[in-house]
Design a protein around this ligand. Structure first.
Ligand code: GLN
Length: 536
């Protein structure tokens, strides 16, 4: 039976609970334990699929086609856990199930209540994942901050679970903040004491405190935290700021967090050092031999989290090529008029990520033209492939007014359009082409060179597709259809013949890249960009 680690957050949001959870997963995996991770999100949306990135950040897509919280992306990047739709439990999902059961008459005669019906459903969902995945340890991260009304049913559910499981089967980790007050010249423990107090009021006693801090924690502060929060001294873990998120597992290891968790869960596993992670990932992140500048042209540039997996995959591409990747974030609306040089000067590679809606589209189309004409390596992803098709249609094939029907319903040349099945979709939630689909590569392509195999599988999240009617005229002008989904005859990858590296795909390769297992397309895109000499 799986053991559990419950992770809660206190004091403020954005403490990096997701990274902490993923790092714990990494540490335990390094000790030979099989783990999985669950994220509980206390909002009423069934999933984040219909939320704006400004609200939520990136929507992360799993192989089985779930639109999930971006923390699940951290889990997959840090660990080998296979994350599926059940790994994201939202309040919306839980209520949906309970209310559906109520309507069916499953609770006939009873009053349906938050406790026990909602909490039971939460527990059922958590147990289902740990059971089906047959893991040694299930890590459960509760979203939000202790004290929020929304997360109470989740906290009550993990309290009950811990009670049912017994001591050595579950450990509570509380991620908290020790703010440093400059004028007083010291770190403050009071917010943590209050947050632990809130947890204790609802019956949860943290076993481990993961203290986010800018400064080292002194012995006195550790003693104070241990005494007032009722934890062992060794369970006050310093989680200092680090430059790269991939250093977090090592900083936890330095504090012996893995030993502590194993002890509390009564598990014995050999200690292995994390040589590969340290050697390859951290060394290359910290002291790379080369540098490269990649411009990402999108529309949510002010928000760090909107293209999380894209930025991470570029960093992985850098690790694989022993290079530091400088990412220039460019708002496509700025490219709609005037001279592009001002914004794209010095870019050794240009990437256009996925997106929805017509804001900034013309700027993206101009960025593609710039990359194509100046022979700058270009990587288009999902919407990025669609705008690359529009640009090629208009400027190379001479198909005037070419567009996607997403942006212009009456375009005379719909080079990107809806499939028949998508035309009848009424509900917007979970109704796109989602999750993993196979794709066959042609041998004479940059993509085949990258993957070094013919059959691949990649994750999707889109409604619109390349319109096959235009294939012939594109081919005649030098476009290669390098990847095809044969069963549905859909274009998955387009490439340009006379260009150093121009690859655009309908799927999202960024979701499958890891720091120590870089995605081949990101690796080769960064490699091609490194070959470009530009003066910034
Ligand atoms: N809006 C486009 C579509 O729905 C692209 C989606 C995306 O980039 N994820 O097809």
């Amino acid at each position: 039976m799986s053991k559990f680690i419950f992770i809660t957050g206190g004091v403020v949001s954005s403490l990096g609970k997701g990274i902490a959870a993923a790092s714990i997963g990494k540490l335990l995996e390094a000790r030979g334990l099989k783990t999985t991770i669950i994220k509980c999100d206390p909002y009423l949306n069934v999933d984040p699929g219909t939320m704006n990135p400004f609200q939520h950040g990136e929507v992360y897509v799993t192989d089985d086609g779930a639109e999930t919280d971006l923390d699940l992306g951290h889990y997959e990047r840090f660990t080998n856990a296979h994350i599926t739709k059940d790994c994201n439990i939202t309040t919306g999902k839980v209520y949906y199930t309970v209310i559906t059961k109520e309507r069916r008459g499953d609770y006939l005669g009873k009053t349906v209540q938050i406790i026990p019906h909602i909490t039971d459903e939460i527990k059922r969902c958590i147990k289902k994942v740990s059971h089906e995945k047959d893991v040694d340890v299930t890590i459960v991260e509760i979203g939000g901050t202790v004290g929020d009304i929304e997360s109470l049913p989740f906290l009550e559910a993990i309290r009950q679970l811990r009670w049912e499981l017994g001591e050595s089967y579950a450990v509570n980790v509380h991620v908290t903040l020790l703010p440093y007050i400059k004028s007083a010249g010291e770190q403050k423990t009071k917010p943590t004491q209050h947050s632990v107090g809130r947890l204790r009021e609802i019956g949860i006693a943290p076993d481990i405190l993961l203290c986010r801090t800018e400064k080292h924690i002194s012995k006195e502060q550790r003693d104070k935290l241990a005494l007032f929060c009722n934890v062992d001294r060794e369970a006050v873990i310093e989680a200092g700021d680090v430059k790269h998120i991939y250093e977090v597992p090592l900083s936890f290891k330095k504090e012996s967090l893995d030993d502590l968790i194993l002890k509390k869960l009564n598990l014995k596993r050999e200690d292995r050092d994390m040589k590969e992670w340290k050697g390859l990932v951290i060394k290359r992140l910290k002291t790379p031999q080369r540098e490269v500048k990649i411009s990402v042209v999108g529309k949510y540039m002010a928000l760090q989290d909107a293209y999380k997996s894209i930025y991470e995959a570029l960093i992985h591409g850098g690790i694989a090529n022993d290079a530091r990747v400088h990412i220039a974030k460019i708002d496509s609306e700025d490219l709609e008029k005037g001279n592009l040089e001002k914004y794209l000067q010095g870019a050794q590679g240009i990437l256009i990520p996925g997106g929805f809606g017509d804001r900034g589209i013309e700027g993206k189309i101009r960025a593609v033209q710039y990359a194509r004409e100046n022979k700058i390596p270009f990587f288009g992803i999902c919407l990025g492939m669609q705008v690359a098709s529009i640009e090629f249609a208009r400027n190379v094939c001479g198909l005037s007014g070419a567009n996607s029907t997403e942006f212009d319903k009456d375009t005379p040349n719909p080079v990107v359009s809806l499939l028949e099945e998508q035309k009848h979709v009424k509900n917007l939630g979970a109704s796109m082409r989602l999750g993993a689909y196979p794709c066959k590569l042609i041998k004479q392509s940059k993509s085949f060179q990258a993957y070094r195999k013919e059959n691949i599988s990649e994750r999707h999240r889109h409604r619109y597709e390349f319109n096959n009617k235009y294939k012939k005229s594109f081919e005649a002008k030098g476009m290669i259809f390098a990847g095809i989904n044969s069963s549905q005859d859909l274009v998955e990858i387009i490439e340009l013949k006379d260009h150093p590296w121009f690859v655009a795909c309908q799927f999202h390769p960024e979701f499958k890249s890891k720091p120590d297992q870089v995605h081949p397309l990101f690796r080769d895109f960064v490699k091609a960009s490194l070959d470009v000499k530009r003066i910034s």
